[in-house]
Write a protein that binds this ligand. Sequence first.
Ligand code: XMP
Length: 326
Amino acid sequence: MTGNVRPDTMGRITTPELAEAFIEEQIKELRAQIGDKKVLLALSGGVDSSVVAALLIKAVGKQLVCVHVNHGLLRKGEPEQVVQVFRDEMDANLIYVDAVDRFLDKLAGVSEPEQKRKIIGAEFIRVFEEEARKLEGIDFLAQGTIYPDILESGPVKAHHNVGGLPEDLQFELVEPVKLLFKDEVRVIGKALGLPDGMVYRQPFPGPGLGVRCLGAITRDRLEALRESDAILREEFAKNGLEGKVWQYFTVVPDFKTTGVKNDVRAYEWPCIIRAVNTVDAMTATVENVPFELLQHITERITHEVPGINRVLYDMTPKPTGTIEWE
Ligand code: XMP
């Protein structure tokens, strides 16, 4: 599959049969492209990179080297789960890189969203550069670029952009799902035999919690974000909304509001809940979350998460709001 424009003749991949045909074609193309060379993949554990990993494992097996970078902006429990699923269960070549301090130090004091994305993207490139140099003999870089990334994102926003690698370390790109919409990637993942928990997992942006910890990221506010997000996910799972709602998360802005906790004035952050449905991320509607559940989640977040004294629900569809807040 070449080019960055989806041909008019390309039908939507909606059935297992169409997925099988796509997979067969991709395996042939990947083998032809890669030969007996090695491929490096940034494996975040999200749907896109997981599907790319599974395609490549099918096509070239152990020639694939997955690198999971913990940049400190992942959701609670996520790095551990990636290692467990891919290294232990799928027997993939997986390198785990703990780069938490490195990313957070670089991001300290930076508040402009696109600047944050740039820093995260650039640091990713450096990490890959280091891993690639350690590994030797890597010729290809696989990426989970999907079509909305190409349509909507400028070069700065796209986390898949690898521009900026030094001259002596240029990889050829492998982007087997770049013309697919998210729903199609899920159909492919299912056909590849990936577990449901991975295939129907909600999408998570490359910059991760970094664009949900609004403004300049601080470790304490990032932790409040991670904990509130974990509570939201736990409650959605318990109440049958996991796998039903397309994307849901919390956002913690960089301002405080006055509240009362244990009869004492509490000047703390608010936390915003966002829960949206979409097919291809180009437009989105707001999930009609039961009011009682919102009240329960509010109660839990305000009582269990240090630093948060208020919870709000974002009622804005896309347009006019984007899905993310930054
Ligand atoms: P927006 O906020 O543009 O988001 O409505 C649409 C979808 O894209 C995800 N998103 C990103 N994904 N890098 C990514 O990999 C990014 O910088 C980025 N920004 C937004 C967002 O989570 C949603 O699923």
